[in-house]
Design a protein. Sequence first.
Length: 581
Amino acid sequence: MQFEVWAPQAARVTLHCGGATRALARDEERDGWWKGDAEAGDGTRYGFALDDGAVLPDPRSRRQPDGPDGLSAVVDHGRYAWRADRPGRGLPGAVLYELHVGTYTREGTLDAAAERLGHLVELGVTHVELMPLCPFPGRHGWGYEGVSLWAVHEPYGGPEALKRFVDRAHELGLGVVLDVVHNHLGPSGNCLPAFGPYFTDTHHTPWGAAVNLDAPGSDEVRAYLVGSALAWLRDYRVDGLRLDAVHALCDTRACHFLEELSTAVDALAADQDRPLFLVAESDLNDPRLVTPRHEGGLGLHAQWNDDFHHALHTALTGESQGYYEDFARAPFAALAKTLTGGFFHDGTYSTFRGRCHGRPLDRTRVSAHRLLGYAQTHDQVGNRAQGDRLSASLSPGLLACAATLTLTSAFTPMLFMGEEWAAGTPWQFFTDHTDPELAEAVRRGRRREFAAHGWAEEDVPDPQDPATRDRSCLDWAEPESGIHARVLAWYRGLITLRHHEADLSDPDLTDVKVAYDEEARWIAFRRGDVRVAVNLSKEPARIPLGLAHARVLAAWEPVETPGADGVLELPGESSVVLTQA
């Protein structure tokens, strides 16, 4: 088979393959590329030596059996016999479920996670969103420090296990979304700088030098990232990608990297005749991300809407630290603005940032399914000092209210694993760095970060302690009893309603009408013939719905339908969904 590698600064490149070596020749047609043939098959170990230096793994390695620092292995994707043959499932009408393979089950593997997919089918979600799977140091971690962007973390089961997972999901009618990280790599085990200008000092990010998207040599770096994205969609039949922190992709070129990526993904979707999509995580509140390319946008298909989360979290908890500061002044007004307009920060002033932020979203042109709404995510739980979920501090009634607002909004809803049964387990920040110095630096940095916010060092979990990961694993005995079972039934009921009530799957933001009372702590909104009312106060609320004849579709607590005056009497810390009788 032919081996090739981009190493523009090397004078010599040697292939070490299956115990033999051979010098690679320069590719006369592609500047900086080297190529050569060698006997190899599925599983053959290999690596490249530059200028007679150490043998390094392939930047485009499809498998790292011994971790990021080990030799690469050949993967023959044609060997896997796919069972499911389905056209795929797009975003409109979707309900996503964010899942971390390493803690979804105690075993922490893709095969073990696949065995639990039946739970998601019963729940009613349509897509599983897997947190990053690229190889990272050690066995356990969040996955955002991967270094081989074409490979699957070996302790999760490697490439074959991912194919089995996707196959099983598709057999059950579930789509699969994969979280990918293009804004930084490593730091441990990152060999890319030895091969070429994959990074640049032209820009800097929170992780150091930026990925090179616009400096000399960036053509090949962009092709590397696009090729990796297409490989997940093509070779593993994944249905969509979630792009981590795209605001950190520093690119001054006329054609932004995200536009180039969305063009390539749309072309693959057309070629394979199945819907493929890209979902961005962005801190910019810039509608151009999800505006079609022919209208001057970047052509991504959706983005996370943190403003909805922040407004909802502040209304539920009363927290006002950090970025919640902007929402805490009038949380119900902020929540109403996000429900009807997508973004809270739409060019308005942000006290947290000390400047204006974002730009308006044209509700008549942008479909709400392009914005993901959520009450919890891995970020919003795991980046808290103790990784505490909403269930650690809120009553079951308030958790039901959060679910109601998330699952009946016009946005594409997303859940974080365990949320649907008010999981009692935390989800904490954990690592398994094999470099002792890096491990200690992460440990100290985590404690310093939260000490600045008043936390005692001993109260901040040690990321390197195996018990931190173990505490974060879901307890699958919980959903079967007590309040966990009741919350789970509520989530199932709301998702069923969303699938069967056409008004709840309508992505038209202009059709959402909201009323609220900041002091009484209730909010209500209309979507077509459906009315949703949520009372976050402990006291009962009188909510003028303007609906005299109604039928209850779902209620957390028993409730009487509105009287002739159209006023609803809603118990404290509860919610209801009604429709025209």
